[in-house]
Write a protein that binds this ligand. Sequence first.
Ligand code: T3D
Length: 263
Amino acid sequence: MSASSILTQVESGVARITLNRPDVLNSFDTPMALELQKSLADAERDENVRAVYLTGAGRAFCAGQDLGEAVAREGKGTLNFAEHLRRTYNPIITALRALPKPVVCGVSGAAAGAGANIALACDLVVASSDAKFIQAFINIGLVPDSGGSFFLPRLVGTAQATALMMLGLPMTAEQALQAGLIYKVVPAGTLEEGGFGAARQLATQPTAALGLIKKLLRASLFNTLQQQLELEAEIQQQASLTADFAEGVRAFLEKRKPSFTGS
Ligand code: T3D
């Protein structure tokens, strides 16, 4: 592990990436955003990594932008918000979606502002029962960023998305589950088992096919049925060429558990 605002460690085929500024509820300053970008790029490159687990140190997942830094930055007049978003959060969201490996987000405590939307950009969100998701932007006179205005209407529908964005009220883990915002809620104190456990399970599955599922899901947001059928045909062809497909079929016929290598 490195002593910085992002901790990374590879274990059981999983890159564990921990947001590590617990004193400010893991809110993002610029160095932390740039470090997270690097950690995601490293996880993509590292062949030993077959899944990513993103979580936060301490009592919260992430409180979004470090507001102290935002004020100091604007005071200097050297940056504007648009440039800041293009340099920090936008590449993080793009990387999470494009990473050809599954990303599980483990949320305990608050996921607020950009922190909430980084969670939503992950493939599976496992939340501790004490988690809360807050589109906190409006509470300080801002609008959702980091993909919130993209993900929320698609996940929960326009009516709920509008209320979440306009009212800026916390949504509990249970409410988020019921609304279809997240995958699973686990009892407080068991996030390691539920969240990291899900990532560890994914790291034993056919990695290339998981990456191809991400590609299909991304395209389905824009494609017609005919376009998506054609894409499924193309992508199934790619999946059929993997060693894991050969192993899956062999194991089925031999009535044994498959041993997937990710290739
Ligand atoms: O270009 C740009 O910069 C625009 C980008 C915008 C992206 C965004 O994310 S905008 C939204 C920013 N985030 C927020 O507005 C959330 C602010 N935080 C909160 O509303 C609350 O802290 C929470 C609801 C998340 C949690 O509440 P609670 O009561 O559990 O904790 P707390 O007491 O408020 O916070 C604990 C400490 O963390 C506290 O410091 P202290 O008093 O112990 O020294 C608090 O100041 C600090 N903290 C929490 N959030 C932030 C923060 N410090 C800096 N920035 C924060 N976002």
